[in-house]
Design a protein around this ligand. Structure first.
Ligand code: UDP
Ligand code: MG
Length: 319
């Protein structure tokens, strides 16, 4: 415990959001403690209990009682979601280097020193991508490949694996992130925006140790949509461009129809072509309204200034 003298300012902070992770907690904590003690740095492990309905909190408190100098437990009064839990952890960390990871052991804690090596080399943000075959369902693999390509094009954020939460940040990056008022922003992408020196390294990737993933296809679609509209105006601009092109074609059509009317006579047929054209135009307009709605909705959320989370209790410093 000698290495834990300077609790107010440890070298390392690990942030782990946990929601219904009861079967994983013992394994997670014991492996984390072993790895961290081995780094010979001062550290704290900040675990955020995101309103779990199982016995996650009790399990966490057992570890907290055993190592009051290692653990700090943030207990939410409800479920506020993965990113808000991470956010809360970031607002409470005291370390110089902050590492985020998931509680389900999909990113093995033993990989953590690799991140530290890169931070020591001078990178202020170190991401990771999953090595080898992904241990998730096939469709998720495909979805994330397509998403990565699209996102790189639209938002300028070039990270090969958004989904891998095992990441290390210098304190300055975390401070910049928590100053952001944006409510739905994706933390890895925000960090990318603020980093001056980014790198990523390959990580082993395991299946979930125990329990089920909390996220389905719908959630993934939402996050990816959030990313596109949260980090770029390109979707709006593309839409405007498309609008201009369409009106160009429409103008040509009008001129043609006008000429035809003068030189050949009025056309009576072609009602269904007209319908088809109309349907197409209307659907394009609806997409446009939806897209504008995304941006307006984002502004609405920012204006509301609702708290991201509500903390029921903070267990720290043995209290
Ligand atoms: N998580 C959370 N709040 C939620 C959902 C998930 O804090 O509402 C945590 C969860 O305990 C885990 C991490 O976020 O540590 C990632 O969740 P999960 O493993 O279910 O997602 P996946 O790895 O399948 O994307
Ligand atoms: Mg997981």
């Amino acid at each position: 415990m000698d290495s834990q003298k300077n609790l107010d300012h440890p070298e390392l902070s690990i942030v782990v959001p946990a929601y219904n992770e009861e079967p994983n907690i013992d394994e997670l904590c014991s492996r984390l403690v072993a790895v961290l003690e081995n780094t010979h740095r001062t550290f704290e492990i900040v675990i955020v209990n995101d309103g779990s309905q199982d016995n996650s909190l009790q399990k966490l408190l057992e570890w907290y009682k055993k190592y009051p100098k290692y653990f700090r437990i943030l207990d939410f009064n409800g479920n506020f979601g993965h990113h808000n839990a991470l956010w809360a952890g970031f607002e409470h960390v005291r370390g110089d280097v902050i590492i985020s990871m998931d509680a389900d052991l999909q990113n093995p804690p033993e990989e953590l020193p690799k991140l530290l090596e890169k931070v020591d080399e001078g990178y202020d943000y170190v991401g990771s991508y999953r090595l080898g075959k992904r241990q998730d369902a096939k469709w998720r693999d495909w979805a994330s490949k397509i998403d990565n390509k699209l996102r790189g094009k639209i938002t300028d954020i070039r990270m090969s694996d958004q989904g891998c939460m095992l990441r290390a940040y210098r304190r300055s990056i975390i401070e910049a992130i928590i100053r952001c008022g944006d409510y739905t922003a994706f933390i890895p992408a925000l960090a990318y925006k603020f980093a001056s020196k980014y790198t990523e390294i390959g990580m082993r990737h395991a299946p979930r140790f125990q329990g089920e993933t909390k996220y389905g296809l719908y959630y993934l679609l939402r996050t990816h949509f959030d990313l596109m509209t949260g980090f770029s105006l390109v979707p709006l601009q593309l839409f405007t461009l498309f609008g201009f092109t369409l009106s160009g074609f429409s103008l040509l059509l009008v001129i043609y129809m006008f000429g035809r009317r003068i030189f050949i006579g009025p056309e009576a047929e072609g009602v269904f072509t007209l319908f088809a054209l109309m349907f197409f135009m209307v659907s394009v307009a609806i997409v446009g309204i939806g897209l504008i709605g995304e941006y307006v909705g984002r502004m609405y959320q920012i204006l509301q200034k609702r708290p991201r989370y509500i903390l029921k209790h903070l267990y720290e410093d043995g209290k």
